[in-house]
Ligand binder design. Structure first.
Ligand SMILES: Cc1cc2nc3c(=O)[nH]c(=O)nc-3n(C[C@H](O)[C@H](O)[C@H](O)COP(=O)(O)OP(=O)(O)OC[C@H]3O[C@@H](n4cnc5c(N)ncnc54)[C@H](O)[C@@H]3O)c2cc1C
Length: 461
């Protein structure tokens, strides 16, 4: 045992947030047990992480944090077949229907499938001293010290084919994702529930994989077409195994169909033809699978008074964000960084310190995501003057990023959570955005014709 490591931490949920929390806890706790009610296979899709079947981009801020926690991970993923590239080089980004200028940004994209990323991280974490993963163990609730609901002493669990048992713990971390029962678990102990915020967007995804040929997309490795009011979105990236992973998406109930013809037709209605060209020319390897995401959901644990000091909530369990902005894994990584810092300062009052220090990071991602959603007239939420002004400015920034590499770089660094919003509001940057953002015109969405006739000519790739 390394000096200073003591006690037992239990992490509930062995997905991205749980794995990253466990990695950090292993520096402080003698034993770390990570429970999941799911099977935890190798590089395979699993029931407990259905989002793994859909496009997952890891933003640069998250990649850097994860690389610090697991040195050599990017190279390891590349060795396992995940293509790695500069964000705007050999990878096409379209914002407001215009291609972002293909310029170096200092940002790396690792095109690993979600199962490859998750299983590689899990294997690295499981190899750490004192860490154990237990699959097919469902957490049922928290156990508090007799007469002291503010001190959790264990987790009540049910293992597959076995009875209910209590796993004793000095610290419990909830990483059970969006469906977290932590508010009920706290209420069962007589503690308050966290306040919740929601922004409903009724996003629908459909995803499919295809065999890739070298001529597809002129050899480029990916294309991302942002979803905008009036425009459907989608993306295609090359994954390990030389496959295309294609995801189509639409907001407010405008969901992609799952039959072959409907899937292609939906792709043809994106503002640019790249994704449609791939799905028209490449050989499908499976059928489209859907995912419905009703809305972003935030639980304010940082504002709870009277909650246990040794029970933390991380990842989607605390904040589940519109996936089109690809922030979730990065916010989980940022929380693991905060957790490490809080633990280095001691264990007293850990939950309050952790939730309060993590809150500004979550706030920023939440604001970026929900402000962008409020661009859609059909999304309900507080459309303050600031939100409207920011959205109008960002629309001009999208257009300017098409022609001005400096704006393109700044915008991508902001979207990758590497630079703060202030970076795109500096006077010199604003001057560029205003100069180029009004000089170029962006395509205007047209109403979709009845029967959804393809807008984009169907051509080979
Ligand atoms: C369609 C979709 C696309 C996305 N795309 C991106 C993207 O491009 N980029 C990005 O950064 N993020 C993306 N995200 C978000 C990202 O998947 C999550 O933010 C990330 O996985 C962190 O989630 P988590 O670990 O907190 O929870 P989850 O990944 O939901 O995992 C929760 C885990 O807890 C387990 N569990 C649940 N209840 C119990 C219980 N009672 N007992 C034991 N175990 C339990 C589950 O089996 C599961 O393994 C996307 C999400 C969706 C839905």
């Amino acid at each position: 045992m390394a000096p200073g490591r003591s006690g037992h931490a239990v992490v509930i949920g062995a997905s991205l947030a749980g794995i990253l929390a466990a990695r950090v806890l292993a520096d402080s706790y003698e034993r770390v047990t990570v429970l999941d009610r799911d099977d935890l296979p190798g590089v395979e899709q699993r029931r407990g992480a259905p989002q793994g079947r859909h496009l997952h981009g890891l933003m640069e801020r998250g990649r850097r944090i994860i690389e610090d926690l697991f040195p050599g991970l990017t190279a390891e993923l590349a060795d396992l077949g995940a293509p790695t590239t500069e964000v705007l080089i050999r990878s096409r980004w379209y914002l407001s229907g215009l291609r972002v200028h293909p310029t170096p940004t200092g940002l790396t994209t690792v095109l690993a499938s979600r199962p490859l990323l998750e299983s590689t991280l899990r294997a690295r974490t499981a190899a750490l001293p004192g860490v154990a993963f237990r699959s097919r163990v469902a957490a049922l609730g928290l156990v508090a010290a007799p007469g002291d609901p503010r001190r959790v002493v264990g987790v009540r669990v049910q293992s597959a084919g076995a009875g209910v048992e209590v796993i004793e713990a000095d610290l419990v971390v909830d990483a059970t994702g969006r469906g977290s029962r932590a508010p009920d678990w706290l209420a069962d102990l007589g503690c308050p529930r966290p306040a919740e915020e929601r922004i409903d967007i009724d996003l629908g995804y459909a995803s499919r994989t295809y065999r890739r040929r070298p001529e597809h997309l002129d050899g480029d490795l990916g294309v991302v077409v942002s979803t905008m009011p009036g425009w459907r979105g989608g993306g295609a990236i090359v994954l390990e195994g030389n496959r295309w992973h294609v995801t189509l998406g639409g907001m407010l109930g405008d969901h992609p169909p799952l039959d072959d013809a409907g899937f292609r037709m939906f792709a043809s209605t994106l503002p640019v033809p790249d994704v449609h060209q791939i799905v028209s020319a490449a050989e499908p390897l499976d059928d489209p699978v859907p995912h419905r995401f009703r809305g972003s959901l935030r639980r304010h644990y940082e504002a709870l008074v009277g909650a246990p000091g040794n029970f933390l909530v991380v990842g989607d369990a605390a904040c589940s964000l519109n996936p089109v902005y690809a922030q979730g894994m990065t916010v989980a990584a940022q929380q693991s960084e905060v957790l490490g810092r809080c633990l280095r300062a001691g264990r007293d009052d850990l939950a309050r310190r952790f939730h309060q220090e993590a809150a500004p990071l979550i706030d920023l991602a939440w604001r970026m995501s929900t402000n962008a959603d409020l661009n859609y007239p059909g999304v309900e939420g507080p459309r303050t003057a600031r939100v409207r002004l920011t959205n109008a400015y960002l629309r001009r920034a999208h257009i300017a990023a098409h022609v001005d590499p400096v704006v393109a770089r700044a915008f991508m660094r902001l979207a990758n959570l590497v630079e703060p919003p202030a970076s795109i509001l500096r006077p010199a940057m604003m001057a560029r955005v205003l100069r180029h953002g009004f000089a170029t015109s962006a395509p205007v969405p047209r109403p979709r014709p009845a029967g959804e006739t393809a807008r984009v000519p169907v051509t080979g790739v």
